[in-house]
Design a binder for this molecule. Sequence first.
Ligand SMILES: *[C@@H]1O[C@H](CO)[C@@H](O)[C@H](O)[C@H]1NC(C)=O
Ligand SMILES: *[C@@H]1O[C@H](CO)[C@@H](O)[C@H](O)[C@H]1NC(C)=O
Ligand SMILES: *[C@@H]1O[C@H](CO)[C@@H](O)[C@H](O)[C@H]1NC(C)=O
Ligand SMILES: *[C@@H]1O[C@H](CO)[C@@H](O)[C@H](O)[C@H]1NC(C)=O
Length: 506
Amino acid sequence: MSPSPLFKVFLATLVLLAKSNTLEEEEKVNMLVILPKDNSYMFSIDRVKPAIEYALRSIKEDDSLLPDIRFDVAYQNSDCGNMALFNLVDTAVLMQKPDVIFGPVCEYAAAAVARLASHWNIPVISAGALAMGFTHKAEEYSHLTRVSPAYSKMGEMFLAMFKYHQWERATLLYSDDILERNCYFTVEGVHQGFKDEGYTMTIQNFDETKHVDADEIVRSIKSKEERVVIMCASSDTVRNIMLAAHRQGMTNCEYVFFNIELFNSSTYGNGSWKRGDKHDLEAKQAYASLQTVTLLRSVKPEFENFSIEVKSSVQKLALSDGDYVNMFVEGFHDAIILYAFALHEILSKGFSKKDGMKLVHQMWNRTYEGIAGPVSIDANGDRYGDFSVIAMTNPEAGTQEVIGDYYGLQGRFEMRPNVKLPWGHGKLKIDYPKPDQGNTCKSCGLGESAVTGIVVGAFLGTGLLMTFYFFRKKYRITIERRNRQDDIGKHRQLREDSIRSHFSAA
Ligand SMILES: *[C@@H]1O[C@H](CO)[C@@H](O)[C@H](O)[C@H]1NC(C)=O
Ligand SMILES: *[C@@H]1O[C@H](CO)[C@@H](O)[C@H](O)[C@H]1NC(C)=O
Ligand SMILES: *[C@@H]1O[C@H](CO)[C@@H](O)[C@H](O)[C@H]1NC(C)=O
Ligand SMILES: *[C@@H]1O[C@H](CO)[C@@H](O)[C@H](O)[C@H]1NC(C)=O
């Protein structure tokens, strides 16, 4: 005999009541994810969302972690500027302040959000905000945790590599777009590391949005008698510079070129010289002198699953091809996991989700298992960085592979055994021209004019250094100035103002 319909309804109501009761008992954590809506960013909301959902699912599946917590995730557009701050404030005013913020990635967006969140005692965890400035946690960025290796960590890598090869100095060559300034901030991280250790740097920049005269740039590097060139630019510009260097006879092992390509793994590696144009052969030869610095990739079985899932979710949205699973996507997954660990630990110590500073410090100075491998956060709340160097190991085929790695936690740089290095084996020796012995070095053909060249070069270098410093000050000034304004309505104007002043600085 089946139960009557009325009894069924009664049962169903009971079940519903029971459910809503447990819902009230569960504590709710409001997460705010602030990332760009624009899918041309590798870390847009659509691209990162599947990783966040994956992380939340794995937290839910772990009964011992946070069984009584419900996560409420809101997504807001950060754009790549002040929109992030506006949306954070709007969310707080119209609804409530979030318990934790994930993002923003873009430097200018992250600066404002991290400052306000620190003031509100809300933890901010980002897979971006990679600029040097965010290292200063004492006051304005006290609540910021960075789960991706910042540019200054990459600076440590270059430093370790320079010590290994016993190189003395370098030229930093970068493209500055004045807007988001990714290469500027990247190179700033390297510059800081070298400066702290007293290495000499020459700095040179150009604007890729205008015509870039690669031959002129290479001539200027040559005239300054530099031997190691560290570049940050688009892959096409890097290729043009390498072609120019090849034409000017600088690809015969006397010079070393570095290309920084941290995020877009499809641009580095095999065939990055190849374009299917008439320069391919020369480019292949030139790239024998080029090494690429990138993130060290580690893989474990769980990563495969994650990668497949993220990829299929993103493909459903028919976004343009590219790296579906990149450092940012991975990083936000690991950010959620880190927050869950910290929350679990402080709750069990009797604190609450509102104890922002406690939560933040619980996340720092620890190593935990991320989706692709162990993640180590230093005592200042910044992730240690592991990086790899890629070089051409087969000049005939033009194929490249990883030749060396840097382990940030240990601060160790080592070459991989069993790879055929373009320069033979061991250290890459560089014969730095000695200015005081210049006249005796016949093979260099140095004469009177070369000495002038060196003096002019040194002068130019100082000029560029000053420009660089000026830029840095400018960045700080605009940010500080924006900070002082409490009136939110004025921010848009200030942002425009800061763009204008950057343009005039260029
Ligand atoms: C990655 O690099 C490739 C090749 O240069 C380019 O086509 C693609 O747009 C880049 N993707 C992103 C997300 O920057
Ligand atoms: C390049 O290709 C070779 C052979 O096809 C492969 O062994 C190597 O791992 C590749 N390197 C990279 C960086 O993809
Ligand atoms: C991948 O996910 C599926 C379910 O979606 C699960 O059955 C499988 O065990 C997972 N594999 C790994 C290696 O975690
Ligand atoms: C970081 O943790 C280690 C132990 O894991 C401890 O010895 C050290 O004092 C901690 N450092 C800071 C700055 O808290």
